[in-house]
Design a protein around this ligand. Structure first.
Ligand SMILES: [Zn+2]
Length: 356
């Protein structure tokens, strides 16, 4: 089921899937491509945007096209990536972007904010504004999350360039050179980032009504509580039964370095109250099954319990990261192959415990 659902994210739908996933109107799904992006239309004027590889985007976006304007959710990892997204919108519409919504403050979803032209309203949770404006006294560019994902990029470029230079097969060599170019461009684009906060904020809920051909599209922005960050917002379209979950819910395990791991399963109960048939994650393919939500709740609760036990026994973060065994969840999360957990998750849980 999981693999089958994953294939729905890719372009051309197999007729066999229809029989196995009753209730899905697969025929609606159109795909349009630009030089940098692939857009899948999951409902009328509702486009799931993924980078196609020529520009490093790192995260997914959502584009809602109305009669007079366009709303974009998430701005990718750099100003260059979001410029590529904005340049690509012409393949979908000539309606100007009016709103950008940030699902949360993380670099890979919000560091493209500055590319949106003046006059575009940027909407996000109060917490997202706090983090991106530095109102809490911190600078997101100095934080562990940004560093832990970005500091290795120059080494990646160098490694790819060395492999390309050593490769003798012409096709493989060209592929490695292209990968190196994309990563080099990404490395340079990072220098350009100036964190740009939302200028409109919400706490629990905000609803927008976008004019569309047959009336108006209700767009709910909902914060169910702390989870992946302190300010996760899901974008829910009740009529289309579509929800964009950001990183609060992914098909795979989500990063936990800034998470409220103990509160996250409760927050996901809020997501479960929504009547949706399609969920669009911040990373990964279009999803339909709800099963991953309960599976992830179980993982989070189990990880919390196991980490608390290590913490209470005085085990160090490093040792706990190596020892905690989550392989009992490997059937649901295929990236779990052996004992051990991302140390950034364990460090975060210890931090939450020490703050109690
Ligand atoms: Zn994130």
């Amino acid at each position: 089921m999981k693999n089958l659902v994953k294939t729905l994210g890719s372009v051309f739908l197999m007729s066999g899937a229809c029989a196995l996933l009753p209730g899905l109107v697969l025929a609606q799904e159109r795909v349009v491509e630009s030089a940098s992006h692939r857009f899948v239309e999951v409902a009328d004027g509702v486009w799931f945007a993924t980078g196609s590889g020529s520009v490093y985007t790192m995260s997914n976006a959502l584009v809602l096209v109305g009669e007079f304007d366009t709303l974009v959710v998430d701005s990718h990892v750099t100003p260059a990536a979001s410029r590529a997204l904005l340049d690509s919108l012409s393949v979908l519409t000539d309606k100007p972007v009016r709103y950008l919504v940030n699902s949360h403050y993380h670099f890979d979803h919000a560091h493209g904010n500055q590319s949106f032209p003046p006059g575009v309203e940027i909407i996000g949770h109060e917490y997202t504004r706090m983090k991106l404006s530095g109102a809490d006294g911190s600078n997101v560019l100095d934080e562990a999350t940004f560093h832990s994902f970005s500091d290795g990029v120059p080494a990646t470029v160098e490694r790819l360039e060395q492999r390309a230079a050593a490769e003798t097969d012409p096709a493989r060599k060209a592929e490695l050179q292209e990968n190196a170019r994309v990563q080099r461009d990404y490395m340079n684009a990072i220098q350009e980032i100036r964190p740009t906060p939302p200028n409109i904020t919400l706490d629990r809920k905000m609803t927008l009504f976008q004019v569309v051909a047959n009336g108006s599209r209700e767009i709910q922005l909902l914060h169910f509580g702390r989870a992946h960050t302190g300010g996760d917002v899901v974008i829910f379209l009740p009529k289309e039964k579509v929800v964009f979950t950001g990183d609060m819910m992914l098909p795979s395990l989500s990063y936990m370095g800034d998470a409220f791991v103990d509160e996250w399963p409760v927050t996901l109960e809020g997501l479960k109250t929504l009547d949706f048939e399609t969920w669009l994650p911040g990373h990964g393919p279009v999803m339909h099954s709800r099963d991953p939500i309960s599976n992830f709740q179980a993982y989070l609760r189990d990880l919390w319990t196991k980490t608390v036990a290590m913490h209470d026994r005085g085990v160090s973060v490093e040792q706990a990261s190596e020892q905690i065994d989550m392989t009992n969840h490997s059937a649901n999360f295929t990236q779990i192959r052996e004992p051990g957990v991302d140390p950034r998750a364990i460090r975060r849980i210890y931090q939450l415990l020490d703050a109690r």
